[in-house]
Design a protein around this ligand. Structure first.
Ligand code: DAH
Length: 338
């Protein structure tokens, strides 16, 4: 019997070596350790032996059973390692699910700017950019806002040096474009603006604006209303109504504050619109002839309109966001929703 057990041991080792996968290993286990397996048969035959022999052979058979069982586990482990890439760089299983790489996306403010630029692009406005650090000349003086003008107080500013500041509005890009180009001009300029405002749910010292400028001959206030009307309908839906009220800006005359009918209550009046049914959304007007003089455009020949809007405000209305700070906290739970 000893010789037979030795044969079984060799055979089991061979078969295990040949095993290529877990199914092979299971077959080996059945063959040697199964209830009707090779070793079980040997155990049965123990009964036919003399007591001394029986004890010795029984011990050997039990040892062999444990040994084969241990070898099975080792081989199983080896096969698993090969499958998952292996200690030794063996091929890995290409059918295993991959590790997902998180894919980034554009910030909701960037998305909103792109949408605004797209709508104006379809109306023939070219997108341009200007510097975030400006001179007082471009940010104020050329926009008909001299040093003692009260409108400067409203735009508490970050000065970097004498006469140099972080722009408080995108309007200076109007001047830069008109200095470079002759009419007709049709541009939108987007980007960051800065004001020394305390942060709260609707104020941030850094925010974004989109500026628009159109200059040509025979431009009317009706053209301004038409362009902004189309823009606001495309942005907020065909049902939205627009309202123009007189306002003041140093660089436009006449100037208007433009509102849309409240998109929450549809104009009936709710807490979002302060009960008025209207939400102020942008400033606009006909370019003041004084501005044309600053850039050597003939104010007798050319007419134009301009407008400016806060991107955060538009994004907040469009997506129903109630706190401007959410845009700048970089919380992925917020940002990944857009
Ligand atoms: N720059 C103005 C602001 O920041 C917004 C503005 C109003 C821009 C009227 C314009 C305009 O071009 O015509 O408050």
């Amino acid at each position: 019997m000893q010789a037979e057990l030795e044969e079984i041991r060799k055979d089991a080792r061979e078969k295990l070596k040949e095993a290529k996968d877990t199914a092979d290993i299971e077959r080996v286990r059945q063959k040697f350790l199964g209830r009707k397996g090779v070793l079980a048969r040997q155990m049965k035959m123990l009964g036919t032996l003399a007591p001394d022999e029986k004890r010795a052979a029984g011990k050997l058979a039990n040892e062999l059973k444990e040994k084969i069982s241990a070898q099975l586990s080792v081989r199983l482990e080896e096969l698993r390692e090969v499958k998952s890439g292996g200690k030794d760089g063996a091929p890995f299983d290409v059918t295993l699910p991959g590790k997902k790489q998180p894919v980034g996306k554009l910030h909701p403010i960037t998305q909103t700017i792109i949408l605004i630029e797209k709508i104006f692009g379809e109306l023939g406005f070219r997108s341009v950019r200007g510097p975030e650090i400006e001179t007082e000349f471009y940010n104020f003086e050329a926009l008909n806002t001299p040093g003692d003008h009260p409108a400067r107080d409203e735009q508490d500013s970050f000065y970097i040096d004498k006469g140099i500041l972080l722009r408080t509005q995108t309007s200076p890009v109007q001047i830069r474009v008109m200095e470079r180009e002759k009419p007709p001009v049709r541009i939108v300029a987007s980007g960051k603006c800065f004001r020394r405002d305390a942060t709260d749910a609707s104020h941030s010292p850094m925010f974004h604006q989109v500026e628009g400028l159109l200059v040509d001959e025979e431009v009317t206030f009706g053209d301004l209303k038409g362009v902004l009307g189309v823009f606001l309908e495309r942005m907020f839906g065909a049902d939205v109504k627009t309202r123009f009220r007189p306002d003041f800006f140093p660089f436009t005359e006449p100037s208007a504050d433009v509102s849309i009918s409240c998109i929450i209550c549809g104009g009936k009046g709710c807490s979002s619109c302060g009960g008025s049914g209207w939400i102020e959304i942008l400033g606009a007007g006909m370019v003041d002839p004084e501005v044309f003089k600053k850039v050597n455009y003939d104010p007798e020949k050319y007419v134009g309109f301009a407008f400016g809007m806060g991107v955060e405000r538009i994004a907040m209305l469009k997506y129903g966001i109630n706190d401007i700070r959410l845009f700048f906290e970089n919380d992925m739970r917020f940002l990944s929703q857009f």
